[in-house]
Design a binder for this molecule. Structure first.
Ligand SMILES: NC(=O)c1ccc[n+]([C@@H]2O[C@H](COP(=O)([O-])OP(=O)(O)OC[C@H]3O[C@@H](n4cnc5c(N)ncnc54)[C@H](O)[C@@H]3O)[C@@H](O)[C@H]2O)c1
Length: 279
């Protein structure tokens, strides 16, 4: 039954997936292809895009090399999509990079880069596609990839955590703004550890000088903890199954890792325990 419902929502609709050359984006793309969607694969990494495409089930697809942190590049990519598929119905703002560092120690260039990739690209995606989704009066959905780091914090992860919290705030606001619209759904994806290349230093989106990264022990330890964790993480394919189910159910929160729920609760309790007593 779930399969039939999914087909009703997704088949022949167009999905744009940023960061589709690797990891979570690739997992989403493979799943979208199985659902016979029109799949637009977007990334900086052309080899990775071709590899994703070669792994996909047969479906209408297109590959676009694009730096989503650059509005001009992203706008040109939109024109190419329009020419081939028309409107985008499912927008996965997923491309992202990781950077550790204590709050006052990450350098300005690095801050700018991670804000541009992890936050501005999501804002650009909304700028470019949401009006047309509303106008289409078809079932559409926006899925912004944040992280567990968009809800909770760990030490020496300031650049990543800051951008991911911003994506949660942005997406929650979008959800409120579209609350009266039954056709355009909104979700924020907050995964825990997923087996991808996110912690790798050599991928194209990062474009940073290693020597400019905070070398403090706390930063190194946390980055190492994450690097070890993602190796044992959930597979992108399993994650994609959860994501598409949540979209189908039109759920805002896509929390994929139950092992972090207790930490979320501790965080929420800490806030509510500190509420101002006005009596
Ligand atoms: N892997 C995890 O454990 C995890 C956990 C929570 C959230 N996330 C988030 O999931 C998303 C996907 O990451 P992933 O884990 O699959 O990592 P990944 O490195 O495997 O994939 C990210 C992709 O984004 C692309 N990219 C980076 N900058 C880009 C740019 N400017 N323009 C276009 N493409 C760009 C990269 O080339 C890469 O192909 C990210 O937003 C990440 O923060 C990952």
């Amino acid at each position: 039954m779930a399969g039939i419902l999914q087909a009703d929502i997704f088949t022949n609709k167009t999905a744009l997936i940023t960061g589709a050359a690797s990891g979570i984006g690739r997992g989403l793309a493979l799943h979208a292809a199985k659902l016979k969607m029109n799949v637009v694969l977007m990334d900086l990494n052309t080899d990775g895009l071709n590899e994703t495409h070669s792994l996909m089930a047969d479906c209408p697809a297109m590959i676009i090399h694009c730096d989503v942190s650059n509005l001009e590049d992203f706008s040109k990519a939109k024109e190419k999509i329009e020419a081939k598929f028309g409107a985008v119905h499912f927008l996965f703002n997923n491309a992202g990079i990781f950077l550790e560092g204590r709050a006052w120690k990450a350098d300005q260039k690095n801050w700018q880069r991670i804000i541009d990739v992890n936050l501005m690209s999501v804002i650009y995606g909304l700028n470019l596609f949401v009006d047309e989704m509303i106008a289409s009066q078809e079932r559409c959905h926006i899925i912004n990839t944040s992280s567990m780091a968009g809800i909770i914090v760990g030490p020496a992860l300031a650049p990543y955590t800051t951008t991911k919290h911003a994506v949660v705030g942005l997406t929650r606001t979008l959800h409120e703004d579209l609350a009266g619209n039954d056709m355009v759904g909104v979700s924020v994806l907050c995964p825990g550890l997923v087996k991808t290349n996110i912690i790798e230093r050599d991928h194209l989106g990062l474009d940073l000088d290693e020597s400019s990264i905070d070398q403090h022990e706390s930063a190194k330890n946390n980055a190492q903890w994450l690097a070890d964790g993602v190796k044992e993480g959930m597979t992108p394919e399993d994650l994609a199954i959860i994501v598409f189910k949540k979209i189908e159910n039109n759920e805002f929160w896509i929390l994929t890792h139950p092992e972090f729920v207790e930490v979320y609760e501790t965080y929420a309790n800490e806030i509510s325990a500190n509420r101002v007593n006005l009596d």
